[in-house]
Ligand binder design. Structure first.
Ligand code: NAI
Ligand code: MG
Length: 357
């Protein structure tokens, strides 16, 4: 029996609905396996701006640092879209990643057989897909300075900077190799080395790291080709490792292999201190508050938390098995339902998974 303190940051939009579901699932796991999970709640994103005047209040950050792990829903929404840059919900997300040193974002993409008809792709392409995108999360274009607008030679000018330090590249590529060693032993390093100097250095460092992992195969792939290969033949991939923005885009694309954004969990590992777990989707303003969102991405994120932060493998498996079973029994939220299938709400889906656990 273990005691764990979990910081819950529901955020905005469907973030609130899906985190509520995940907490219920974790409570069911606690009961079944005799653990104590203490949940503490904090503000981040748009609601934090409304209530505290900042997208990441200090007390939220302090609370997260004093917890064993963090669960995050999603932030953002049209209400805050016209805000100045420092008062945008997404700033809260970038800030927590940076402040907690969440350098490695692990995004597993797994195909569930029972969703075979929900994907726009052919069965033979997606069946047995099991890949892991390792996205660098605290560098690159999202953080590089200079960034912003100014006037240059009388003309309105804008700049964003893709900046990495050697050690930042080394640690993310090393993480990818370590993970590949426990899987099918192949790393695809994705870059744009034909154009970008940052990518050429990334490639060099990947080669250096590879020497320490003779049992793991390294290949390089240009990001535009990788985008195409993910649809053409996703089964060729085991672990993909890439810089922040490439990883963001490729993982949304890869979510279609699993059927929906609402199916993909993620873990953000820290260099020190607690890790953070969140679905890869956003706050989905188009369906927020309608009890329609697929809670599975968030629920599978909480399973990743149990496994990676707490070492609770049986418990994580119990969640994953329950999800699989419920899908196999035909329960579908709207995003993964096909014509004629009965559609369940967020709450019904959560209840069914809970009952199965
Ligand atoms: P989104 O991921 O929120 O939604 C994209 C589409 O997928 C929408 O049609 C939505 O309804 C659907 N969708 C997403 N999650 C779903 C789920 N669990 N179940 C069923 N359908 C789901 O991305 P979008 O629309 O580009 O962004 C909306 C807001 O979310 C923006 O403010 C954006 O900045 C923010 N965002 C936040 C993220 C985060 O907090 N980590 C990540 C991505 C976007
Ligand atoms: Mg994204």
């Amino acid at each position: 029996m273990g005691n764990y303190r979990i910081a819950v940051l529901p955020g905005d939009g469907i973030g609130k609905e899906v985190t509520k579901g995940a907490v219920e699932i974790l409570q069911a796991v606690a009961t079944r396996f005799h653990h104590q999970f203490e949940f503490v709640y904090g503000l981040i994103g748009g609601e934090a701006i409304d209530q505290k005047g900042t997208p990441l209040p200090d007390e939220t950050l302090a609370m997260c640092r004093q917890s064993d792990a963090v669960l995050l829903g999603a932030v953002g929404g049209p209400k805050w879209d016209q805000n100045p840059p420092h008062l945008r919900p997404e700033k809260g997300l970038l800030a927590i990643r940076k402040e907690m040193n969440l350098f490695a974002n692990l995004r597993p993409v797994k195909f569930y057989d029972s969703l075979i008809d929900s994907s726009p792709l052919k069965a033979e392409v997606i069946q047995d897909v099991d890949l892991l995108i390792v996205r660098e999360l605290t560098g690159g274009l999202y953080f590089g300075k200079p960034s912003g607008r100014h006037v240059e030679d009388g003309e309105e000018t804008v700049v964003d900077t893709l900046l990495y330090k050697r050690e930042e590249i080394k640690r993310i590529v090393t993480t990818a190799f370590e993970l590949a060693r426990k899987r099918r032993k192949k790393v695809t390093s994705v870059d744009k080395a034909n154009v970008l100097e940052s990518s050429r250095m990334w490639r060099e460092i990947a080669e250096e790291v590879a020497r320490d992992f003779p049992d793991v195969k390294l290949e390089h792939m240009l990001v535009d080709n990788a985008a195409m290969q993910l649809i053409r033949n996703p089964k060729q991939f085991d672990v993909l490792v890439t810089e922040n923005m490439f990883g963001d885009i490729l993982s949304d694309e890869a979510s279609m292999l699993a059927g929906s954004l609402g199916m993909l969990p993620s873990a953000s590992l820290s260099t020190s201190g607690p890790s953070l777990y969140e679905p890869i989707h956003g706050s989905a303003p188009d369906i927020a508050g309608q009890n329609k969102a697929n809670p599975i991405a968030m629920i599978l994120s909480s399973a990743m938390m149990l496994r990676l932060s707490f070492g609770l493998h049986e418990e994580a498996k119990a969640i994953e098995k329950a999800v699989q079973q419920v899908l196999t029994s035909g329960y579908r939220t709207a995003d993964v339902a096909r014509n004629g299938q009965r559609i369940v709400s967020t709450k019904e889906m959560v209840n069914e998974i809970k009952a199965t656990i």
